[in-house]
Ligand binder design. Structure first.
Ligand code: ZN
Length: 141
C-alpha cells in the first residue's frame, strides 16, 4: 500500500465517492475509522490508509421518533421515524450511521446481525448538499 496521505482527502470526501476509508497503524495494526494521524492505541504516527468493503452486520440500533433539527429538515418526525445503528464492519471496526431500507413499523422485528452494506444519502446541510454515510440491508446470497 502506498504511503498514507491522510490530508489529501477528508473522510467525508471519500464518502461522497462511495468509499469508506480508515487507517491501519503500521506499528500495532490497530484499525481506526475514520482515519487518524496518531494511533489511539500505541500513539504511533505511522499509518496507512485502508479501504473498507462497506459490508457489515447490524450490531445495535435505535429508532428515533423525535429527530434533531437537521433530521426534521430532512423530513423525519414522529410519523416518519428513522433508524440509527451501530454497524460492525467485516474488517472489525464499528461505525454509527443511519440505516435505511428497514421496516420500522415494528422495530421489535429488526434483527441484530442483519447483513448490511454501505450506501449514502443526500442531505442538505445549510447551503450545501452533502452525501452522508448510511447502510442498507445487503441482499442475501
Ligand atoms: Zn498503533
Amino acid at each position: 500500500m502506498s504511503e498514507l496521505k491522510l490530508e489529501a482527502k477528508s473522510f467525508f470526501d471519500y464518502i461522497e465517492n462511495g468509499v469508506l476509508v480508515g487507517s491501519r497503524c503500521l506499528n500495532c495494526g490497530h484499525i481506526s475509522l475514520p482515519q487518524r494521524y496518531i494511533c489511539p492505541k500505541c500513539k504511533s504516527d505511522q499509518a496507512e490508509l485502508i479501504e473498507f468493503s462497506g459490508k457489515g452486520k447490524l450490531a445495535a440500533f435505535t429508532v428515533i421518533y423525535v429527530p434533531a433539527t437537521e433530521m426534521l429538515a430532512a423530513g423525519y418526525d414522529a410519523k416518519h421515524p428513522y433508524m440509527v445503528g451501530i454497524v460492525a464492519l467485516d474488517e472489525g471496526p464499528r461505525i454509527s450511521a443511519q440505516i435505511v431500507g428497514m421496516d420500522l413499523s415494528d422495530p421489535q422485528k429488526i434483527m441484530i446481525g442483519t447483513p448490511l452494506k454501505m450506501t449514502s444519502l443526500d442531505r442538505v446541510m445549510g447551503e450545501a448538499q452533502k452525501k452522508v454515510l448510511a447502510f442498507e440491508p445487503a441482499e442475501m446470497e
